[in-house]
Design a protein around this ligand. Structure first.
Ligand SMILES: C[S@@+](CC[C@H](N)C(=O)[O-])C[C@H]1O[C@@H](n2cnc3c(N)ncnc32)[C@H](O)[C@@H]1O
Length: 278
C-alpha cells in the first residue's frame, strides 16, 4: 500500500515521556539544527512557520534566531505536548511565538511567512509534498524552506557489537516502520521538495556518536519507553518483554559484562535539506 493511503500513527505515543525524550534528543542535536537554519538563511526579523512544535525545542531555537522583531507560528496536533512548549516559552519570557493546535495537513495559516521550517515532523505526515506545496502558498517568493528529518537508512552502529543494544534498535525499527513512519524521510527530502515545486535543496547528514557518559543512553531508553505502547498495540513486544525500567542498567551492564570500557554507539541519522522558494 502506498504511504499516502496508509494511516500514519505517531509511533512515539507516550506523551508524558515524550516531552522528556524530545528534550533529551534536542540536547544532542540542537546545534546541528541551528547550523542548518543559519545556512538556510533564517535571520532576525523573519516570520517563520514551524511544523510540529513537540516539546518546543525548535520553536525556542527559531524564536532566538528571529529575535524580538521576528515571529514564530508553531503548529502541533497534540494539545498536551504543545501546552508544555507554551509553558517553556512563557517561562523564558518570549513574546514572539504563537502556537496553533491543528493538523498540519489541514492547516490554514494566516498572513505571509519568510520561512517554513521543522524538525522530525514530515516523517509522520502522509503526502508531505502535498502538504508542503499547500503551505508554500503562504511563503513569500525567495522565502527559506528548511527541514531536518530523522532517517533510518544507515543502521545505527554499536562498537564493539552489543546484542542487547542491537535488539533494542530492532524493536525501535519495527515499531516505527509498522506504525507507518517514513523510515527514509531524510533522503526523501530532495524528491519531496522538488515535487512541492521547490528548487533542489542543499543537504547535510548528522548522527550522534557517544559513550556511556554522553547522555545518549538516556535518550535511547526514553525513545524505547515512548514506543512501548505502540509495540504492544502492534504486537511487536509486550511491556514486560521490553522491561524498559531496567533497560538502562542492562545496557550499561552489557558494556561491563563484556569487559568493554570504551564502547560507543551511533544513533540514527538526521538529514537536513534547505532551499529558497523560487
Ligand atoms: C518527533 S516530534 C518533533 C518535535 C520537534 N520538532 C523537535 O524536533 O523536537 C514530532 C511532533 O510533530 C507532531 N505532529 C506529527 N504529525 C502532525 C500533524 N499531522 N499535525 C500536527 N502535528 C503533528 C507530533 O505530535 C510531535 O509532537
Amino acid at each position: 500500500m502506498a504511504r499516502e493511503e496508509k494511516k500514519v500513527d505517531y509511533a512515539l505515543s507516550d506523551t508524558e515521556n515524550e516531552k522528556k525524550r524530545l528534550r533529551e534528543q534536542s540536547r544532542i542535536i540542537i546545534e546541528t539544527t541551528r547550523r542548518v537554519f543559519a545556512l538556510a538563511g533564517i535571520e532576525p526579523g523573519m516570520r517563520v512557520l514551524e511544523l510540529g512544535t513537540g516539546a518546543g525545542d525548535v520553536t525556542i531555537l527559531l524564536s532566538e534566531m528571529v529575535g524580538p522583531t521576528g515571529e514564530v507560528v508553531s503548529l502541533e496536533k497534540n494539545p498536551a505536548i504543545q501546552e508544555s512548549a507554551r509553558k517553556r516559552v512563557e517561562a523564558e519570557g518570549r513574546g514572539n511565538v504563537e502556537f496553533v493546535c491543528c493538523d498540519i495537513a489541514s492547516a490554514e495559516p494566516g498572513g505571509v511567512f519568510d520561512a517554513l521550517a521543522g524538525r522530525a515532523v514530515l516523517m509522520d505526515i502522509p503526502s508531505p509534498e502535498k502538504v508542503l506545496a499547500k503551505l508554500l502558498k503562504s511563503v513569500r517568493s525567495g522565502g527559506v524552506v528548511a527541514f531536518q528529518e530523522v532517517d533510518f537508512t544507515v543502521r545505527p552502529e554499536v562498537i564493539p557489537p552489543m546484542p542487547l543494544m542491537q535488539k533494542a534498535w530492532d524493536l525501535l525499527y519495527a515499531a516505527m516502520e509498522k506504525s507507518g513512519t517514513e523510515m527514509q524521510m531524510g533522503f526523501k527530502l530532495l524528491p519531496v521538495f522538488k515535487r512541492a515545486g521547490l528548487p533542489e535543496p542543499m543537504m547535510h547528514m548528522d548522527a550522534f556518536i557517544g559513550g556511556q557518559a554522553s547522555g545518549g543512553i538516556d535518550w535511547f531508553v526514553s525513545t524505547i519507553r515512548s514506543l512501548v505502547p505502540m509495540m504492544e498495540k502492534l504486537g511487536i513486544a509486550t511491556a514486560a518483554e521490553v522491561d524498559v525500567d531496567t533497560l538502562k542498567d542492562r545496557l550499561i551492564g552489557e558494556y561491563f559484562a563484556a569487559g568493554v570500557r570504551d564502547g560507543l554507539g551511533m544513533s540514527n541519522t538526521w538529514i537536513s535539506a534547505w532551499t529558497r522558494k523560487g
